[in-house]
Structure formats: structure tokens, C-alpha cells
Write a protein that binds this ligand. Structure first.
Ligand code: HEC
Ligand code: HEC
Length: 316
């Protein structure tokens, strides 16, 4: 089912060294639950329909209950959209170039109340994003993940597949207000930490290897984290802060929330330091030269801003 991962070149990002060290923050489970409370408004209405996930080990889900999916053609589109997102490679082999599915990172079909949730996303688009320096539609954003996170090819904007995926995302935003994304940078908290990839390798060996494999290529129970079948270098997950936020809230899969911030950051840096498929278009990202500091690849705009910096600092 893999399109052509082996034909793509690898890319190895340079080590990151510009963060200063402070004492790692530690959050208790109670704090994590409290931080999540503002989001709970969207899920209280489905409590009766969902299994009780209130214990610390069981991650909370959100979004409207499935019983609100209408019957008829709209409901069929919503269900089909969800099926495409969950069985992406099987359903859309020409558009997926790696060993992932959309819900490898957007857990529980996007309902996991944690980093990567799709609940409320539809209501935040169209949205200006600095990576493209354009106002992006939800369809554009979906295709961004096809091209980068799935190392694949975009869907036709006017096709049935895109329509049905958007129908499912629309459903997950049901009853939520249309509003711009919250101000502020959610990833800023990671700026205070310094990554230690040796410590990250130790976390990987004790906590991740049993599912993701010794060589990060995945196993029967978990998808790859690096190598030819992983997300490409242009994917958000390649950014150390983004990966740290995802891992902190979602991994280890069987015990999410058990890593400290420092452990999540270290193992994210360790994962991100491995080779993965290249994304040649990355050179055009952040055309206004405002790439975040954890983006490990050079862009044309950054070179224009500081001509001393080579356009390709690292071998592709
Ligand atoms: C390798 C992990 C990964 C995979 C696989 C993946 N995504 Fe994403 N996706 C991300 C990350 C990381 C973000 C940014 C999340 C954030 O900033 O909150 C994101 C963001 C999004 C957003 C916008 C969310 C927002 O809040 O603006 C949408 C929509 C989306 N992905 C859809 C998809 C679809 C559809 C697929 C499958 C074609 C997919 N993703 C596959 C990692 C992934
Ligand atoms: C019990 C098995 C298990 C453990 C332990 C585990 N994971 Fe995962 N991980 C998964 C599964 C399963 C998924 C995909 C979920 C899905 O498809 O529904 C996943 C998804 C991921 C993803 C996004 C998809 C991808 O492959 O890129 C990342 C990143 C990740 N895990 C990192 C980690 C890290 C880092 C650790 C250790 C701290 C870890 N995981 C521990 C099972 C596990």
C-alpha cells in the first residue's frame, strides 16, 4: 500500500542547540485535567453516550455523540469521511506515501481531548497561517497533512473524498462557535527547556521501543517514528516542540500523561534527529521569514533575511 517512500531522499536535521536550560516543569495528573477543563464544554453533552473515561489512565474524548450523525446522505458522508481518516492508506493508496494513517496522530478519530484533537478545528478555518503566509481553508489544511504528515499527494479540492473528510470535521465542530484560533503560542512553554538527546534515547529505550521498535520503523502494534515510512521533514511533527506537545499528552499510548515535560522534550528531540523522507517544498515555507526556532531546515526567506546563512545548511 506504500506509494513510493523508497524513491524519496532522506533528510537529517541539524542538532538543535540554542535553548537555555531551566528546571523542568512537572505537572500532576490533576493539573493536566484542570488545563483541559476549558475544552470540556464541548464534551459534556456526550457524557451519557460515551464510556466513563474519568480515571487518570483513560484519556478523555470530546465532540458530539455519534447519535447526532443524521440519517441520509449527509450522515453517510460524515461516516465515510471518518472511515477515510481512520483507514487512510487502505482507502486512498495513491495519496499516502508512508506507513501512517491520519488518526496515527489525531487519536480516537480526532476525538482524543489532547494535542491533535479535531474537535472545533472546522470552526477555526479559514485561518491565516504563517507557514504558507496565506489564509488557508480547511481543505488546504487537510492537504497539508497529506503532503507532509502522510508524505503523500493532495486530494482534489472538489472531489468526494475531500467533501466527506470535511463533512466529518464539520460534524466534530457541531454546536461550537466559529471563532479565530486562541491568541498566543501554545508551544512557547517548550522554549524554556534544553533537549538532551542522550536522555531522550534512554526514554525511548525504556518507554517507546516495545511498540515503535528498536529502529523506529514501527511494529505490528505501532506506526513508524522515523525512516522511509514516517512523516516527512516538512511535517509539523518534525518540529521538536510540536512532537514534545504531542508525546507529552498522547504517549506512551498505554499510559499517556506519565512522562515529565523534560522527558517528552528529550525523546521528541531524539525522534526528530533521525532521518526521514525529504520535503523539497520546505524551502518555500514561512515566506515572511518568521519560522519558529525549532524548525530544523533552512528556507529561502530566512536566507533573504540573513544572507550569510546558506540556503541548504544540511545535506538533504
Ligand atoms: C505525523 C502526524 C500526523 C499525521 C499522520 C496527520 N497529521 Fe494532521 N496534524 C499534525 C500536527 C502535528 C498538526 C498541528 C496540530 C496543532 O498545531 O495543534 C496537525 C494539524 C491538522 C489539522 C489542523 C488542526 C488545527 O487545529 O488547525 C487538520 C485539519 C489535520 N491535521 C488533518 C489531518 C488529516 C486529514 C490527516 C491525514 C490525511 C492528518 N492530519 C495526518 C500531525 C499529523
Ligand atoms: C503501547 C504501545 C505504544 C507505546 C509504549 C508508545 N506508543 Fe507511540 N503510538 C502507538 C500507537 C498505537 C500509535 C498510533 C495510534 C493510532 O493509530 O491510533 C502511536 C503514535 C505515535 C506517534 C505519532 C505517529 C507516528 O508514528 O509518527 C508518535 C510521534 C509516537 N507515537 C511517539 C511515541 C513515543 C516518543 C513513545 C515513548 C515515549 C511512544 N510513542 C510510546 C503506540 C505506542
Amino acid at each position: 500500500m506504500l506509494a513510493n517512500p523508497s524513491t524519496r531522499p532522506y533528510y537529517l536535521p541539524a542538532p538543535q542547540g540554542s535553548w537555555h536550560r531551566v528546571r523542568p516543569q512537572r505537572f500532576t495528573i490533576v493539573q493536566i485535567v484542570l488545563v483541559g477543563l476549558p475544552l470540556l464544554g464541548g464534551c459534556t453533552r456526550q457524557r451519557a453516550a460515551m464510556p466513563d473515561r474519568s480515571s487518570a489512565a483513560a484519556p478523555a474524548l470530546s465532540g458530539p455523540t455519534d447519535s447526532l450523525i443524521p440519517s441520509g446522505p449527509l450522515g453517510a458522508a460524515i461516516q465515510r469521511g471518518r472511515a477515510l481518516l481512520v483507514a487512510t492508506r487502505e482507502s486512498l493508496p495513491d495519496h499516502v506515501g508512508n506507513g501512517l494513517r491520519c488518526t496515527s496522530c489525531h487519536l480516537d478519530a480526532g476525538r482524543r481531548q489532547a494535542f491533535g484533537s479535531w474537535v472545533g478545528v472546522y470552526a477555526r478555518y479559514p485561518q491565516y497561517r504563517a507557514r504558507s503566509a496565506t489564509v488557508e481553508t480547511i481543505e488546504y489544511r487537510v492537504n497539508d497533512c497529506f503532503r507532509r504528515s502522510m508524505n503523500g499527494k493532495p486530494l482534489a479540492l472538489d472531489g468526494a473524498e475531500m467533501r466527506d473528510i470535511v463533512a466529518y470535521l464539520w460534524f466534530l465542530s457541531r454546536d461550537l462557535p466559529i471563532a479565530p484560533p486562541p491568541a498566543g503560542n501554545r508551544l512557547q512553554q517548550w522554549a524554556a527547556l534544553t533537549a538532551d538527546t542522550a536522555a531522550g534515547a534512554a526514554v525511548y529505550a525504556t518507554t517507546c521501543v516495545k511498540c515503535h521498535g528498536l529502529d523506529g520503523q514501527g511494529t505490528a502494534v505501532a506506526p513508524p517514528l522515523w525512516g522511509p515510512k514516517s512523516y516527512n521533514v516538512g511535517a509539523g511533527m518534525t518540529r521538536v516542540r510540536t512532537a514534545a506537545a504531542f508525546i507529552r499528552e498522547n504517549m506512551p499510548f498505554d499510559q499517556p500523561g506519565t512522562l515529565t515535560d523534560q522527558q517528552a522534550f528529550d525523546v521528541a528531540a531524539q525522534v526528530s534527529a533521525h532521518p526521514r523522507p525529504d520535503f523539497p517544498d520546505k524551502i518555500n515555507d514561512w515566506p515572511n521569514g518568521d519560522a519558529p526556532p525549532d524548525v530544523a531546515y533552512p528556507t529561502l526567506a530566512a536566507r533573504r533575511k540573513s544572507p550569510a546563512a546558506p540556503a541548504r545548511a544540511h545535506a538533504p
